[in-house]
Design a protein around this ligand. Structure first.
Ligand code: ARG
Length: 270
């Protein structure tokens, strides 16, 4: 995670961002600290990346890399405003002693567009990550990539429209499919990609338009607790019914940058 010390909305690269709308920085920091403290209270470890002036979107740490089995696929950003973040993430991993760090050839915005299930990588394309980043990730991780086409600009990253609840490595009640359980908003995807999702995850939790618009799918699950934007009220009961414990967070100031819980959280797997 990266504290929003330099968070601002000074440019607009997604429909949520309006530079004319003021951001309350102390409030953004307090909301971010609540999220970090929540992870700590749940028993997770949180590493903090030092924020850099001039990189106002660095708080959205999920975009900086994708880590699976301790292997790090770095990011390459679509917009010049964020380009310099990639090297900061890659340097952090090298300093921490990660041996396998690939600075990619093709544009990918980290976990913004890559979601990890037990055996696959679900990969978004259409707005940010290049379709060419999909074979690059498949080759690097040795996991099949399922490419998914995003069609609604409000859901410009996969993690704004889909969340892996249980990666299949240990579920709450075994109700998920063989590759785990997900929740998603079908309206964010092309017809063909919706069909792929139905085929792979017939029991998925389907989010409503309202809950998706509250960025309710921008959530982080440890397989038991699901930390999500509290405004996505319609997701709480269905999550409980599946055996998860939903935990609502208010990240309203960060929503002005087009991100919420998941965007602020990069998961270090392995
Ligand atoms: N303002 C940032 C951007 O448009 C928000 C990134 C949100 N991150 C995410 N993982 N969806 O790039």
């Amino acid at each position: 995670m990266c504290p929003p010390a330099h968070f601002r909305v000074t440019y607009s690269i997604n429909p949520w961002m309006d530079p004319a709308k003021p951001v309350d920085i102390p409030l953004a920091l307090a909301q971010w600290e609540d999220l970090r403290d929540r992870y700590l209270a749940l028993g997770h470890t949180v590493e903090e990346l030092e924020p850099r002036p001039g990189l106002p979107d660095m708080v959205f740490a999920a975009n900086g890399a994708t880590v699976v089995d301790g292997r790090v696929l770095g990011a390459r950003f679509a917009h010049p405003e964020r380009a310099a973040e990639a090297a900061v993430h890659a340097a952090w991993f090298r300093e921490q002693g990660y041996a396998d760090v690939l600075e990619p050839e093709h544009i990918n915005e980290g976990e913004g567009d890559f979601a990890v299930t037990a055996s696959w990588l679900l990969a978004g394309r259409g707005f940010r990550s290049s379709p060419l980043s999909h074979p690059e990730a498949q080759e690097f991780f040795g996991r099949p990539v399922i490419g998914l086409d995003l069609v609604d600009p409000r859901y410009y990253h996969l993690d704004t429209a889909l969340c892996v609840l249980d990666d299949g490595t240990g579920g709450t009640d075994g109700s998920g499919g063989s590759d785990g359980e997900i929740m998603y908003y079908p309206g964010a995807f092309s017809a063909g990609s919706r069909e792929v999702l139905r085929r792979l995850f017939p029991d998925a939790l389907i989010a409503s338009e309202e809950d998706a618009a509250a960025l309710g799918l921008n959530a982080v699950s440890d397989g038991r607790h699901v930390v999500l934007p509290q405004a996505a009220v319609g997701l709480f009961e269905p999550l409980r019914a599946r055996g998860y414990e939903p935990i609502g967070m208010d990240l309203g100031e960060l929503l002005k940058g087009g991100g919420s819980v998941k965007c602020c959280t990069q998961e270090l797997r392995g």
